[in-house]
Design a protein around this ligand. Structure first.
Ligand SMILES: Cc1ncc(COP(=O)(O)OP(=O)(O)O)c(N)n1
Ligand SMILES: Cc1ncsc1CCOP(=O)(O)O
Ligand SMILES: [Mg+2]
Length: 201
């Protein structure tokens, strides 16, 4: 079986130095590192990329949430477009070198993202999670329906643990995206190894 992808998403709560310290250790086990720093200015996110580069994190693994300008300026892999971001088709047309992921919450949004040229979608939140407090999770069946409805990879997000990552893969996900399960773990390296072992089996 082909190894599934492991994405991690920054919490927006950790200090840049603290985040860089953790990612500097765990990046060999991770496919994509998303900087999702909704309250930071472009310059601050750009400087976070520099901190990661100082820790020898490959730029080819870094995705910037929303900010196409920062992604281009910092020469990273690509951009993760949110609901409020520029449309996928515009980014694909104007920034051909960027890998483009799109955050989706329904079959319709996933199909639109695919039609517009997204390289993959992140669908969620699948399970309830403190990272999306008070919002009803979409559940594993909707994940299955979304995975059936598009040909591009679907990455599952929201409440993903090492053990439930197996069932999301069985529901058609090509990988998982994790925030608290790794970045807020007591031992992020041990946590990432656990996710990796479930994703590789
Ligand atoms: C209508 C609507 N749907 C979803 C969101 C949340 O934005 P999203 O692109 O899912 O970004 P994340 O917070 O999940 O990273 C929204 N604001 N409005
Ligand atoms: C950005 C985002 N979108 C849906 S859930 C989520 C955060 C993931 O949270 P966690 O991995 O901590 O459950
Ligand atoms: Mg979302």
């Amino acid at each position: 079986m082909k190894t599934k992808k492991l994405h991690i998403i920054s919490t927006g709560k950790q200090k840049p130095e603290q985040l860089a310290e953790i990612i500097g250790v765990i990046h060999p086990y991770i496919d994509f590192i998303h900087l999702r720093e909704k309250t930071k200015r472009a310059k601050e996110v750009y400087e976070m990329v520099e901190l990661l580069a100082d820790k020898k994190v490959p730029l080819s693994k870094i995705m910037i949430n929303d900010r196409v300008d920062v992604a281009c300026a910092s020469n990273v892999k690509g951009v993760q477009l949110a609901y409020h971001s520029l449309p996928v088709e515009i980014v694909k047309r104007e920034f051909m070198d960027l890998t483009v992921g799109c955050s989706v919450h329904s079959i319709e949004e996933a199909q639109i993202a695919e039609q517009q040229g997204a390289d993959y979608v992140i669908f969620g939140h699948v399970y309830s999670t403190q990272s999306k407090p008070g919002l009803i999770p979409k559940g594993i069946e909707q994940l299955w329906s979304v995975s059936e409805s598009v040909s591009i990879p679907v990455i599952a997000i929201g409440g993903i643990t090492p053990t439930n990552s197996r069932e999301v893969i069985e529901a058609g996900a090509q990988g998982v995206a994790v925030m608290s399960g790794i970045l807020e773990a007591e031992d992020p390296l041990e946590a990432v190894k656990q996710y990796r072992s479930y994703l590789s089996e």
